[in-house]
Design a protein around this ligand. Structure first.
Ligand SMILES: *[C@@H]1O[C@H](CO)[C@@H](O)[C@H](O)[C@H]1NC(C)=O
Ligand SMILES: *[C@@H]1O[C@H](CO)[C@@H](O)[C@H](O)[C@H]1NC(C)=O
Length: 371
């Protein structure tokens, strides 16, 4: 026994000496991070059949544990329970589609997110996606000073969003949970570029919060209960994909200038007013299942014909005109659906099955709408 301990001590002294003299990059994990990891380990568990934590043996260096990534003596990234953490060197979010391959995904972490994460002050990436985590997002996570990637999508988290203070926060993916409550004006710092909150139960208006997040390049708020106006500032952000469908947004959508976002989905809301010509530069535009009325601007027809518009879904609104030359042909690469409006759609209209069989909206509804 004695001999063994002595040998250990000698090894440690040797290691410390080696570190100081030769390998500056090899460091013993900061004791605070070590304790935090231990408490995290204690509060999560594998469900039967999963053995993610099997190799987490705290008598060896935690920086070598699967899913733990260190920079000198600090934990900087954690990617737990996800099969992706089996591959050393991968941090942050890889193609989320991999998590959908259920045969690959032995990610069965259950329980609450341990508050211990809040102790890892150097943590910049936390990926606990595609697990079975419950409870709310601990508030201390919001106070991590250098957090830049927070990936908690596809769990069963509920409760409100904490406020995130890190000015390096760029990627937030909380999609597919049961989060509730409103988006606060200080929920996210303006550094956020990728924000995915889709498939939750979030409520309330967004027009005080979103205009501040002017570095967004991806925004998904779909499948929530957001209400109010869509702030027109967001159409000037460097966004490539805007997903606001299936909420309760209402009012007009009138961007101030020509919109260059590649894909915009505003379908299944309560939006109204005329379709803005500023949206005719969008490649894939989904405005279906709203309350838009009036005639569709000619610029849409032109861009559809020269194939710069790929998808134009306008079905299930109250539109009254689409000035298309009957002899002209929509390019094969483009899709137009105009079904169930207050007009007879062009014969070439190509609709998804969900749009139903009815080509036009009943006249009574159209008259009622016009007052
Ligand atoms: C959200 O909660 C409902 C009702 O409790 C439940 O049926 C559903 O599976 C939950 N969804 C997620 C993603 O946890
Ligand atoms: C309709 O298109 C045809 C063929 O492209 C063209 O000859 C004709 O002048 C067009 N008619 C109108 C009203 O633009």
């Amino acid at each position: 026994m004695m001999g063994c301990c002595w040998r250990k001590a000698v090894v440690y002294i040797l290691m410390i000496w080696l570190q100081q003299c030769c390998f500056q990059s090899v460091a013993i994990l900061d004791p605070l991070d070590f304790l935090a990891l231990q408490s995290i380990r204690k509060s999560l568990r594998d469900v039967p059949g999963s053995n993610f934590f099997q190799s987490w043996d705290f008598t060896s260096d935690p920086c070598n544990f699967p899913g733990v990534y260190c920079d000198s003596d600090k934990v900087i990234a954690l990617n737990l329970g996800d099969p992706r953490s089996g591959s050393p060197g991968l941090t942050g979010r890889i193609d989320p589609a991999i998590g959908k391959l259920s045969s690959l995904a032995e990610n069965f972490l259950t329980g609450d997110i341990p508050a211990g994460f809040g102790e890892l002050r150097s943590l910049h990436t936390l990926d606990l996606s595609y697990n079975q985590l419950t409870g709310s997002i601990p508030r201390p996570l919001g106070s991590l000073p250098v957090l830049s990637n927070l990936i908690l999508c596809h769990n069963h988290l509920d409760g409100p969003l904490p406020s995130f203070i890190s000015n390096s926060l760029t990627r937030v993916d909380l999609m597919h949970n049961n989060l509730t409550g409103p988006l606060q004006s200080d929920s996210f710092p303006p550094s956020v570029q990728y924000l995915s909150l889709g498939w939750n139960k979030l409520i309330g208006p967004v027009f005080t919060t979103l205009p501040k997040l002017n570095r967004l390049n991806y925004l998904d708020l779909s499948m929530n209960h957001f209400t109010g106006l869509i702030p027109c500032q967001i159409f000037t952000f460097p966004i490539s994909n805007l997903q606001l469908q299936r909420n309760q947004f209402f009012g007009p959508v009138q961007p101030d200038s020509q919109v260059t976002i590649a894909t915009i989905d505003l379908s299944y809301n309560r939006l109204s007013g005329q379709v803005s010509p500023m949206l005719s530069t969008v490649q894939n535009l989904f405005l279906n299942n709203n309350r838009f009325f009036g005639s569709v601007p000619e610029s849409f027809v032109d861009r559809l014909m020269d194939a710069t518009i790929q998808t134009l879904y306008l079905q299930h609104n109250y539109l009254t005109g689409f000035q298309m030359n009957q002899t002209a042909e929509i390019p094969l690469s483009s899709v137009l659906c105009l079904q169930y409006n207050c007009m007879v759609p062009p014969t070439q209209s190509a609709c998804p099955l969900k749009a139903g069989d009815a080509k036009t909206r009943p006249t009574a509804q159209c008259n009622e709408w016009r007052g």
